[in-house]
Design a binder for this molecule. Structure first.
Ligand SMILES: NC(=O)c1ccc[n+]([C@@H]2O[C@H](COP(=O)([O-])OP(=O)(O)OC[C@H]3O[C@@H](n4cnc5c(N)ncnc54)[C@H](OP(=O)(O)O)[C@@H]3O)[C@@H](O)[C@H]2O)c1
Length: 308
């Protein structure tokens, strides 16, 4: 019997209990999953960083903590978490992100806002084709690479930027400081899909925003701290940035008096770009437990030194 502790907000238990049970059965695992195992009896923790569980010291036989979220910034620095930590790479979450990013890119590309505002006039403006609209994706991980490839399939010339060098079919892949400058200087639309780490904090700041072509649009479904908010507001006011769609913020929910709410060139969405989907994510969790039991390497292990 494998003891699995489910440590997430109580409402999540109802969402995940049946899909996880099904996935464990399908993987041939005999699992006793509860929210209240004695800590020293737990083999694996299925975890959301906003759960009450923050001290992993008593989880002495735990083989891995399996995160339900893609982002690990809230847990990666926890010194009591000494066992392997796996982040979530979920096909359902990835599909959601691809759809959300594609929708917001196409809103900008086709100037859909103009059509909505022009319901009393017949003044045709033909948008360019996708191949005439360079798009840059910062971050080429599970989500960034899927979005980049999907946008490239629509026809956009896509540049991607990551920490290490990459080769992805149909994408111009850049890395390093020089790569960032090049990636930004060509971008009419920039999508941020980087993790929140010390190295990515304020990656979009006054200097890097100035590298963009005037009027570029920014879409941030990554994390709030990737953007220096004061610099973005200034760039929006000066027209250096034409518009921003922001799904994530330093403080969430975004406070009522935050200037982003009232800014005419900002769209705020409430951290809904992509949610982990219970049915597909449960299969990922089950596969990682199967691997742990078989002595095989875990999928999607977090590198603590890099913070993602
Ligand atoms: N808004 C939402 O609903 C939502 C939902 C899910 C996730 N997210 C966010 O999306 C982020 C990305 O998720 P993911 O699954 O794609 O992560 P991932 O697979 O870990 O990919 C991260 C990417 O960022 C790159 N990167 C990391 N540090 C960098 C640096 N200092 N300079 C340049 N590139 C750097 C990595 O480069 P390498 O390839 O070289 O390692 C990798 O390409 C998550 O961390 C989370 O914050 C948001």
């Amino acid at each position: 019997m494998i003891n699995v502790q489910f440590a997430a907000l109580p409402a999540r238990w109802d969402t995940y209990r049946e899909p996880l049970k099904r996935a464990f059965d399908e993987a041939g695992l005999t699992v006793d999953m509860r929210q209240d195992h004695p800590a020293d009896q737990v083999d694996y923790v299925v975890y959301a960083p906003n759960s009450d569980l923050q001290d992993f010291t008593p989880y002495t036989r735990c083989k891995a903590v399996l995160n339900l979220w893609a982002g690990v910034e809230k847990i990666v620095g926890n010194q009591t978490l000494t066992m392997p930590l796996c982040r979530m790479v979920d096909p359902g979450l990835t599909a959601g992100m691809v759809e959300w990013v594609s929708g917001h890119v196409l809103r900008y590309h086709l100037d859909i806002d103009r059509s909505i505002a022009m319901q009393d006039r017949w003044e045709p403006v033909v948008p360019p084709l996708a191949f005439e609209r360079p798009v840059t994706v910062l971050g080429l991980g599970a989500l960034g690479s899927a979005c980049a490839q999907s946008l490239a399939r629509i026809g956009f010339p896509v540049t991607g930027w990551s920490r290490s060098a990459k080769e992805i079919d149909g994408i111009k892949c850049l890395h390093g400081d020089h790569g960032l400058k090049q990636a930004l200087s060509e971008a009419e639309i920039v999508i941020l899909l980087l993790p929140d780490t010390p190295a990515t904090n304020n990656i979009l700041n006054a200097d890097t925003l100035a590298m963009l072509p005037k009027g570029a649009r920014i879409i941030n479904p990554g994390r709030g701290p990737l953007i220096d908010d004061a610099a973005l507001l200034e760039a929006l006011d000066s027209g250096q940035v034409g518009h921003a769609t922001l799904d994530v913020f330093r403080v969430e929910p975004l406070p009522a008096d935050d200037p982003y709410w009232a800014h005419p060139n900002v769209t705020v969405t409430p951290h809904i770009a992509a949610e982990t989907r219970a049915s597909t994510a449960s299969q990922v969790i089950a596969e990682n437990i199967r691997r742990g039991e078989a002595g095989e390497p875990f999928l999607h292990l977090v590198d603590r030194s890099l913070g993602y």
